[in-house]
Design a binder for this molecule. Sequence first.
Ligand code: AMP
Length: 601
Amino acid sequence: MDFNSLVETFELMEQTSSRIALTGYLVTLLKSTPANIIDKVTYLIQGKLYPDYEGIEMGVAEKMVLRAIATSSGKDVSEIERIYQKTGDLGEATLEVMKSKSQSTLFSEPMTVERVYSTFDKVARTIGVGSQEIKLRLISSLLNDATAAEGCYIIKFVMGQLRLGIADYTVLDALAIAFTGDKINRHVLENAYNVSSDLGTVARLLATSGLEAVSSIKITLFKPIRPMLAERVRTAEEALERTGSRAAVEYKLDGERVQVHKGKDRVELFSRRLEKITSHYPDVANALKTIKSEVILEGEVVAINIETEEYLPFQELMHRRRKYGVEEAMESYPVVMNFFDVLYFDGKSKTEVSYMDRRKLLKKIVDRIQNSKLSLIKQTIATESYEIDRFMAAAIENGCEGVMIKHLPSTYRAGAREYAWMKLKREYTSDFADTLDLVIVGALYGRGRRAGKYGALLLAAYDHNTDMFRSVTKVGTGFTDVHIEQFYKELEKHIVSQRHARVDTGMEMDIWFEPKIVIEVIASEITLSPSHTAAKNTIRPGYGLALRFPKFTGKIRDDKKPEDATTIDEILAAYKRQLKAVGHSGAKVQIEEEEEHDKEG
Ligand code: AMP
């Protein structure tokens, strides 16, 4: 296929702002494209060489491209730079430079789409020492034989600046019209795309074997599936109404969604955007090798505090998104993978199976793995809204951002956002900036580096009306090794054999203390809790107040007696202030606005 026919379409496309016209040009192009290269043309028009999940990039430096243009045009780099500054686009600059270029070389090879694609492919695959020079030669070889317009688009492509605005859905429309004569068949193509994330393959199968063949595209290992998405609901009641009074409720962890593909001896992880992110989580990938079967699983990877097993906020996980220093990041920011779905198991797609049965299968798979890095997301079945609210409060207390509510008979609908999955997020966000002085009343033994010492401490506020200490949080963050030693020694003097009579809590601890030591903590906010007892039943029956994301500031308040600690009344007042600050008057569970890091919506 002549490369110039592609370039002519690019020119038309760049000049239109009408989606209908764009689709029209695309239909004409696809109809005239030989079936055996239609996949390549499909990638090229979107500025790619392969589907996104392959993660293949051109990897060329701007400087190098300037040199390639200079070599082929016989002009100075400085002159090209000057034109580039004027046009603001390297492709347009190439057009201008090459217009005045002398005739192309004598023994020029024809410019076919095949040739251009395979040269681009070589450019992308050339890596390592000296690769920029090789890339330069490859690009020059194309420019030498190209017309000015061809040169313009070659450079735009190489620089990742081919912005024709052709979305996946436009390509699907155009394919349906070009090969089935009717847009109505788009849904068949869309389904195939949703399970393969590969428009090129869909196009090629359609052009070579027809619609029937496309409809039989199945989930394949190492081709990520477009994720199923959730609608938001405002209340637990609404969720239950929509699911017919019975639903699964799962923790909604605040981490990164990961699709795991595990073959015989290969493991890949894909992000919500279907990019390969295996290298971010080598520890998880390694742990996955312990799964015997070939599977595709979905889960949320979350940063945790190893000692206390607390989930940490999303920001902590961001330290793992790096190219270098992955080993150190792995040590400093340990993570756990929490599975919530299974899409493929031992050669068969499971997307047509109900949620109920998928969860059963998932449990079996995860139960067989003996690895602390891999676990099953917490779940319960609810028939009453108060059950959802209670589960939600526990989830938030454990560092989650809310719950996911799932319709029991629903299949896995790749790429769809429907009420089969619903998200119910916590009611507010606001930074609770004050520090609190709280009394240590219990502890859990630590693990890992904190084995034999305390991992998390149970803290209480003072209830001056009844002279009691009521729990508000468990804290495990903010302690240095020195603190751990120091607390262990100090607290030993205050151990009691069971919960102290002045201590009130719904929490189970490994060890209890007489309320003596006061420490300073900060927290991100105050939430409702079914297990902490500060101000219990004041805001809502059965619930107390608790701190979210508490952290020890490093200060031991030995200037304070336990009775001088922050009081329950102060915490209650702060909670009310916090509600007011975000404009809510009650404690009804409501959703917050999309969070900034909303992993696409
Ligand atoms: P949102 O990003 O607010 O639209 O919520 C959907 C996201 O929540 C998913 O893409 C996942 O990253 C995340 N998530 C956390 N826990 C779960 C769960 N149990 N089921 C599904 N998604 C979950």
